[in-house]
Design a protein around this ligand. Structure first.
Ligand SMILES: [Ca+2]
Ligand SMILES: [Ca+2]
Length: 419
């Protein structure tokens, strides 16, 4: 069980509840500048909410720990999360209409927004042909395309902490067991074990190990953390993602890989992304699979929006485009790991995103004292241009180039994040 279960009183009334995200004013701007925000909520509500401190959720470590602690997850429906960051004073919880109405008039509170759903972003079913060898390492085509293998002399991303905010990771997979260093679930009632396949696939693209069999990831010695914010169904609440990002900030995660998105995100998510970015986390997200507008969180300036290309460097038809696109990477027929020791190919900007996360881990492994902004500048300034010269709304600054990003001298030229 996570620690710091600050309120544990089951709600007793039967009025219908819905999940909301409450953003408090900055502490010095509140009517009550002293009381903790969870205590303010408790005072304002008839029935005390059950709130967990997002950052204090304990990640399991080691194989035994993963099996023991991650198996717990959060056990209750209706549990909320407290984000204790100055820039993002956010609490998510389930409330009745009367409670929502009363909080909207509370002088300590900036906004009460409806929670909503975000989604994993693969576009279709699995393909199981072209299984990798059990006797030799298979380098997926996309890795060659972004020039990851030539970078491995300089960096394999050793020890760089990468969080996969997704459906979990199968940490028993032979290609992932060595690199999954922790797992935590923000999905009530579900453990961080991947019951979907999406998170395990993304994790393999980032850091499948060099172990003489199966596949290899872009940064084969990076440390992976399964931060489960999507249920096994492939969808999750925005509040889980906000809590997962708060956990990343407090747990020294360098790169947050978000192969997920949606269209109606609360403003609290943007505040959380800004806070995480300002705290030094590099945020990478799938642009979206609608072929139209870039979704959230990719569209935020502080988040790298990654579009998808095929093996011939043509844009994938499903890849969302627009002024927010920052980089592109392979996202068609991407071979990676699947639960149960399996392998398969998936399509989607979900698959493009982890190529960039892995390249960022390689760059950080070669430039260990760089900031997230400097890593972004390395990735953007060395990207291989595709399409029209310079930035464009389909490929962004171009296809990520892991070899150049890891090998380039710092400081790299400053490149504006979009839009
Ligand atoms: Ca392998
Ligand atoms: Ca962006």
């Amino acid at each position: 069980m996570p620690t710091n279960s600050r309120r544990n009183n089951p709600t007793s009334d039967k009025a219908p509840r819905r999940s909301v995200i409450v953003t408090f004013k900055a502490k010095d701007e509140r009517a009550d500048t002293v009381t903790d925000k969870v205590d303010l909520l408790t005072q304002a509500l008839a029935s005390p909410p059950q709130i967990l401190d997002a950052a204090d959720m304990i990640a399991a470590a080691g194989v035994e720990g993963l099996q023991r602690v991650a198996a717990a997850g959060t056990d209750a429906e209706g549990v909320g999360f407290d984000v204790n960051l100055y820039e993002a004073p956010i609490v998510s919880l389930s409330l009745t209409e009367d409670e929502i109405k009363s909080l909207k008039g509370n002088p300590n509170i900036a906004a009460v927004e409806d929670d909503g759903l975000c989604y994993a972003l693969p576009v279709d079913a699995l393909v199981f042909e072209d299984q990798p060898s059990l006797a030799a390492e298979t380098v997926p085509q996309g890795l060659s395309q972004i020039k990851a293998p030539p970078a491995w002399g300089a960096s394999r991303g050793k020890g760089i902490r990468v969080a996969v905010l997704d459906t979990g990771i199968d940490w028993t997979h032979p290609d992932l067991a060595a690199n999954v260093k922790g797992a935590v679930s923000f999905v009530p009632g579900q453990t961080a074990m991947d019951g979907n396949g999406h998170g395990t696939h993304c994790a393999g693209t980032i850091a499948a190990a060099i172990n003489g069999k199966g596949v290899v990831g872009v940064a084969p010695e990076a440390d992976l953390f399964a931060v489960k914010v999507l249920a096994n169904s492939g969808q999750g609440n925005w509040s889980y993602l906000i809590a997962g990002l708060a956990w990343c900030v407090k747990n020294q995660i360098r790169i947050a890989s978000m192969s997920l998105g949606g269209s109606q995100a609360p403003l609290a998510l943007q505040a959380m992304c800004e806070a995480a970015f300002n705290a030094g986390v590099l945020l990478v997200a799938a642009a979206g699979n609608t072929g139209a507008k870039v979704g959230s969180p990719a569209k935020y300036k502080q988040v790298i929006a990654v579009g998808a290309i095929d093996s011939a460097n043509q844009p994938a038809g499903f890849s969302s485009k627009g002024p927010e696109v920052e980089l592109c990477a392979p996202g068609v027929a991407v071979l990676s790991t699947l639960p149960g020791g399996a392998y398969g190919k998936l399509n989607g900007t979900s698959m493009a995103c982890p190529h960039v996360s892995g390249a960022a881990a390689l760059a950080w492994g070669a430039h260990r004292f760089a900031s997230n902004v400097q890593i972004w500048n390395l990735l953007a300034s060395t990207a291989d241009n595709l399409g029209s010269p310079g930035w464009d709304p389909i490929f962004g600054y171009g296809r990520v180039d892991a070899d150049q990003a890891a090998g380039a001298l710092t400081p790299a030229p400053s490149v504006p994040m979009k839009p």
